[in-house]
Design a binder for this molecule. Structure first.
Ligand SMILES: [Zn+2]
Length: 423
């Protein structure tokens, strides 16, 4: 790919980016572990006010939409469908300093450098801090990007947390307008392109020794709840061969689920996150057990194959123990491919700046997966030390963040120059 613009001058001001990272990550709940800034919390509200001020200082015109997305706009010379970039500022409980905010601050710095260098974009550039990306106490992730892509539903708003409050009420209390958020969806093809900068949250880039990843696809997620029904018996008297032990059947299923994950041809993983059994005492053979597991992959065919394989194997294994099974599947997210054209622009932009890169899949979900429904989508990853994320030890070096931010600014500039970005 031949790129015309020289983007070397768009390099971020490292000290300014470092100070922004320190300031924004400092908005954290002092009573929670790690760097906690959960959606709807006071630190989250304060952090978003700070982000809005920072956007204004950068010369962006700011708004907060009905879904609570904070949006900064840098007007282009032609208008038309905007270029969109951004990420999120909420964290998981006990999270780290970089997940999400790198993409918001990188986007603000990219817009600032575009403006400071007198680079005039034809398209409007929108920088978005999406509302609540992490799975929250209502069991929903990516609320802001779901709203923009038109897939936020009344059923989502009616979901309750453990205290009986609904998501709709929580949004209203936070100052958003949930009913209007349901109808906020942008039109299909309403973006020129979308690019999100994010920490990798896995170990691949560090292991390969490259500073930047060009994301090929965002993994789909299938979740399963399997229930095993056996028979309660006296644990002292019932011979081993005559038992119908539901917990042992569930334990065998956990190992089967792991084995299937280990056999994935491309990036694929399986995890059992929870197991329960009843009656749950020493002296009774378990009558019932349940497991909660998930499988993720960028490969649609493998994912649907796993559903069939696990349904068959779990039932057959349990049947050999005289244990009945019931398996419920919940599709959380289909795999989403990054636009080939956006990947090419990111890669060519990296080459022109002399930045080594590697193609990588995303095993984690992102707002970008939803924004892909509105136009060509791409993501830039920077390395996570030791692959750690969603924990206080999460770490990405400033040098990598500076490199990723420079590449984001370059990518936006190159995409702007294309009359049309193919999917
Ligand atoms: Zn994130």
């Amino acid at each position: 790919m031949n790129l015309t613009a020289d983007t070397s001058a768009l390099a971020p001001v490292a000290e300014r980016l470092e100070a922004d990272l320190a300031d924004l990550s400092g908005y954290a709940d002092p009573d929670a572990p790690g760097w906690s800034r959960e959606v709807f919390s006071e630190p989250y509200r304060a952090a978003r006010d700070w982000v809005r001020d920072r956007m204004r200082d950068a010369g962006l015109e700011t708004t907060v939409d009905a879904a609570g997305n904070v949006i900064g706009r840098l007007a282009g010379s032609h208008g038309g469908p905007p270029l969109v970039t951004g990420s999120h500022t909420d964290t998981v409980h006990g999270g780290g300093r970089f997940d999400g905010i790198v993409g918001v601050l990188g986007a603000i710095e990219a817009a600032r450098r575009i403006r400071e260098t007198g680079t005039r974009l034809a398209h409007d550039l929108l920088v978005v801090d999406f509302l609540g990306e992490e799975a929250n106490r209502f069991g929903i992730s990516c609320m802001g990007s779901r709203s923009l892509s038109g897939i936020l539903t009344p059923a989502h708003l009616a979901r309750t947390d453990t205290t009986g409050h609904t998501l709709g009420q929580a949004m209203r209390d936070f100052g958003a307008d949930p009913e209007r958020a349901l109808g906020l969806g942008w039109d299909a093809r309403s973006m020129h392109a979308f690019v999100e900068l994010h920490v990798e949250q896995g170990p691949l880039l560090e292991q390969r020794g490259v500073p930047v990843g060009v994301v090929t696809a965002i993994a789909g997620i299938e979740r399963l709840l399997a229930t095993f029904r056996g028979r309660a018996d006296h644990a002292g008297t019932m011979p081993m061969a005559e038992r119908h032990d539901a917990l042992v059947a569930a334990a065998e299923a956990v190992l089967t689920i792991e084995r299937v994950g280990c056999g994935a041809p491309v990036h694929g993983v399986t995890t059992t996150g929870r197991i329960e059994s009843s009656p749950g005492v020493y002296n009774i053979v378990p009558e019932e057990a349940r497991i909660w597991a998930e499988t993720r992959s960028v490969d649609h065919t493998w994912l649907s194959g796993v559903r069939r394989t696990l349904a068959d194997e779990l039932a057959a294994q349990a049947a050999r123990r005289g244990v009945e099974t019931a398996v419920e599947w919940l599709n959380d997210q289909d795999p989403v491919l990054a636009s080939r054209s956006v990947q090419d622009v990111i890669a060519a932009g990296a080459d022109s700046l002399g930045i080594p890169w590697a193609p990588v899949p995303s095993g984690a979900g992102h707002d970008a997966a939803h924004m892909a429904g509105l136009g060509p989508m791409g993501m830039i990853f920077v390395p996570s030390h030791g692959g750690r994320s969603h924990c206080p030890e999460e770490w990405t070096g400033l040098g990598h963040i500076v490199t990723g931010t420079h590449l984001l600014a370059a990518t936006l500039t190159h995409l702007d120059a294309l009359p049309d970005v193919a999917a």
